[in-house]
Design a protein around this ligand. Structure first.
Ligand SMILES: Cc1cc2nc3c(=O)[nH]c(=O)nc-3n(C[C@H](O)[C@H](O)[C@H](O)COP(=O)(O)O)c2cc1C
Length: 190
């Protein structure tokens, strides 16, 4: 397992909350977006939309709009060189009919997968990222003038990390607590 390139990449990715002022090259962001574009999705619906803010005034205006009130705790993310808004364009058929019948919010699942492709592609290129869920989703859509047909999923902060990561083992539950073979959690193995 130690030799797995993919596991190494998973370990390399960690949430970065302090960024250097070094601008992020557009080519690197393009590669992240391409990785996201290749993600799988329910019925191949590809509901994700990535809005990249790398222009300081536009990024600041976005941050001012969404990190207000109780969400001010996230205001420090305005200092990331890039903020990406991850949205979904709602599809009645996939989300309401398909997802509704199955009881699964497919489009949010899809966006999560695409977002993580983006984030892992960033890590591969030496960029730091942080998923941000603590922001005003309604204010985001209002700020963007997208009231109908869109939902906000997350923001992703992107930039070069301010400091080298300390060697660390990510805090994760042991496999035995999250993975089960042939028997559901809590059931006695036969
Ligand atoms: C959907 C989602 C929302 C998150 N929202 C925030 C957030 O608002 N602020 C923050 O500092 N970190 C946020 N995080 C980062 C998590 O805190 C982080 O992934 C977790 O603690 C594990 O640490 P690691 O990413 O460094 O491995 C979020 C992560 C995810 C996946």
């Amino acid at each position: 397992m130690e030799e797995s390139y993919f596991l190494q990449l998973c370990l390399k990715r960690r949430s970065v909350r302090r960024f250097s002022e070094r601008p992020v090259e557009r080519e690197k962001l393009h590669l992240c977006l391409e990785a996201a574009r290749l993600a799988p999705s329910a019925d191949n619906g590809q509901p994700w939309r990535f809005l990249v803010f790398d222009q300081p005034d536009k990024k600041q205006a976005l941050a001012d709009a969404v990190f207000q009130g109780v969400f001010a705790a996230s205001r420090h993310f305005a200092r990331a060189p890039v903020l990406v808004a991850l949205l979904i364009k709602e599809s009645f058929v996939i989300n309401r009919l398909g997802g509704g019948a199955a009881g699964t919010p497919f489009q949010f699942v899809d966006a999560g997968i695409a977002g993580e492709h983006f984030v892992l592609a960033a890590a591969e290129q030496g960029l730091g990222t942080c998923w941000i869920g603590w922001f005003d989703t309604r204010a985001l859509l209002k700020h963007l003038g997208l009231k109908r047909g869109y939902r906000a999923v997350a923001l992703i902060a992107v930039g070069y990390p301010a400091e080298e990561p300390a060697e660390r083992k990510p805090k994760r539950k042991p496999l035995a607590e999250i993975a089960f073979w042939n028997t559901p959690p809590g059931a006695k193995e036969k």
